[in-house]
Design a protein around this ligand. Structure first.
Ligand SMILES: Nc1ncnc2c1ncn2[C@@H]1O[C@H](COP(=O)(O)OP(=O)(O)OP(=O)(O)O)[C@@H](O)[C@H]1O
Ligand SMILES: [Mg+2]
Length: 299
């Protein structure tokens, strides 16, 4: 009963994929199910090469990050809401509680982490794998560390963004880490999309601000993450008055997630980003806020 079905399937595949006849000789090695799988793989590869490339890249990146226990993305709908501020302070807080932490600046357009941490070194690109720069015990890698002048704009078109991101991730060696905090590009376009496709994120935290417009945009980003099957760990309201805004409450309920904490409007953050020393190192209020956020993340 099976032979006619298999014969039809094989013929269909030969037509659809212009399958090289020499490969038919390999079929005897496969069971019925194996042969079906083999044919499906080839069809998928022939018909959706870009899809298969993403899957293969994802596997290679997963291999490179095999020693990383938790990968957490810090994401927002738009720029300037405090992703980098939250990323660096969260990384320092987790490291302060004894975790092995890495910080990946994956914001392709505005990679600011080097400046926030006062790092002027460049990653050595003369040989692979690329090694993150270690600052205060935290392994840090940024696309800005690959270029001569970090203030020069990095202008990448869509396909180049995906390729650049994939190459960077594939070639960076993180070793053993408990947490890798990833400062993602804002928005719902190419960069965050490629990042979410390629990085096997355990979850993202969404940074928003109290304004209604921020809530609306954050909802868009959160829904995109959900569509990409990236778990949302929760929301951080930055530049907060301390009392969580109606807009953030609405965002949390619509995304069916939780509040991880609030970060108050605090001039210590501005001073910190300019001086290259995260605020949790010197500001008591900031330290308490990030301790509380990290405790919620640690569970
Ligand atoms: N809670 C806060 N109180 C005061 N200033 C803040 C606060 N959070 C962030 N800032 C300041 O706002 C500016 C933007 O913050 P940050 O760079 O972290 O945002 P971002 O979302 O990473 O921006 P981009 O999308 O451009 O990368 C910085 O100068 C930072 O110091
Ligand atoms: Mg930033």
């Amino acid at each position: 009963m099976r032979q006619p079905f298999v014969a039809v399937l094989v013929l269909q595949c030969l037509v659809l994929t212009r399958f090289p006849v020499s490969h038919i000789m390999d079929f005897h090695k496969y069971s019925f199910i194996g042969a079906l799988r083999y044919l499906c793989d080839i069809m998928a590869e022939q018909m959706h090469p870009s899809f298969m490339n993403v899957i293969k890249q994802k596997e290679r990146i997963r291999g490179k990050m095999a020693g990383v226990k938790h990968r957490i993305g810090v994401y927002s709908a738009k720029g300037g809401v405090g992703k980098t501020t939250v990323s660096v302070n969260l990384a320092y807080t987790l490291a302060g509680s004894g975790r092995r932490v890495g910080l990946l600046d994956a914001d392709i357009d505005c990679p600011n982490i080097s400046m926030f941490l006062g790092i002027s070194e460049r990653m050595d690109t003369s040989s692979l794998p690329l090694k993150p720069i270690v600052k205060n015990g935290i392994k840090v890698a940024s696309t800005a560390m690959l270029v001569d002048d970090e203030k020069r704009p990095i202008i990448w078109r869509g396909p180049m963004v995906a390729k650049m991101i994939a190459d960077f991730f594939e070639n960076t060696e993180w070793g053993e880490l408990d947490y890798l905090i990833i400062d993602l590009s804002p928005g719902t376009s190419d960069s965050p999309l490629s990042l979410m496709q390629l990085l096997d994120l355990d979850g993202i935290l969404i940074v928003t601000t109290p304004q209604r417009i921020a809530g609306i945009n954050s909802l868009r980003s959160g829904l995109m993450a959900k569509r990409m099957n990236v778990p949302i760990l929760g929301v951080v309201e930055n530049m907060s008055s301390g009392q969580i805004s109606e807009s953030t409450k609405d965002l949390i309920s619509r995304l069916d997630t939780v509040l991880l904490g609030t970060v108050a409007m605090n001039s210590a953050h501005n001073a910190a980003s300019d001086s290259g020393r995260p605020s949790v190192l010197s500001d008591k209020k900031s330290k308490e806020e990030f301790l509380s956020i990290s405790e919620r993340i640690l569970g």
